[in-house]
Ligand binder design. Sequence first.
Ligand SMILES: Cc1cc2nc3c(=O)[nH]c(=O)nc-3n(C[C@H](O)[C@H](O)[C@H](O)COP(=O)(O)O)c2cc1C
Length: 203
Amino acid sequence: MSSPTRRPPQPEWLAALERRRSVSAAGLHAPGPDPEETRRLLAIAARVPDHAMLVPWRFILIEGAARGEVGALLAEAYRARNPQMPPEKREKFAGIMARLFPAPLAVIVVSRPVGGTMIPDFEQELSAGAVCMNLLTGARALGFDAIWVTGWAASDAEARRILGLGEGERVAGILHVGTAAETPADRPRPDVEALTTRWAPPE
Ligand SMILES: Cc1cc2nc3c(=O)[nH]c(=O)nc-3n(C[C@H](O)[C@H](O)[C@H](O)COP(=O)(O)O)c2cc1C
């Protein structure tokens, strides 16, 4: 039998992974992915570890005119859901909801743990998180920029209904995808060494 040969390191992959940086949704402009690129992006996103192959997630796409339509409904819901809030503040946040989808494409990654299996919900939710991360990396590989966000629209029950979620479903992430004029300066990164220990037998 032949011995295994190690694959050479991939400098382009490494550079992309080592420099990945999110760009705020407001900084993501056209062009966004075309239909074929979107299909490819979602196929990459779906290629994640998934214990027992339950596929405990799905996608909702928001693009084109739908961005403004969803935004208007979310703004209306925000006003209705926060009657006690000072009007000025309420209008400010309703305005943010109205403009929640500025990027050419938003992908809502919906977590939907499958019940009645041996696989804990936590593991299924982790798989949905992996989908979000693959979307970020896949968008970069296709030449786009992206960010993973959540916020009020992901947590409020009425907002979730407007986004198209059903019973037992949660927003794992709203992934905005587009093209950035510039990538922001990097942020401080965790000291990996300080976060890492080597296993030792318990005392
Ligand atoms: C589950 C999840 C939800 C997040 N929600 C938001 C959010 O609502 N708004 C936001 O500005 N950043 C949010 N972030 C953080 C951004 O995705 C991003 O990590 C941050 O802007 C730092 O940029 P970086 O990815 O280049 O480190 C969230 C991250 C995760 C993992």
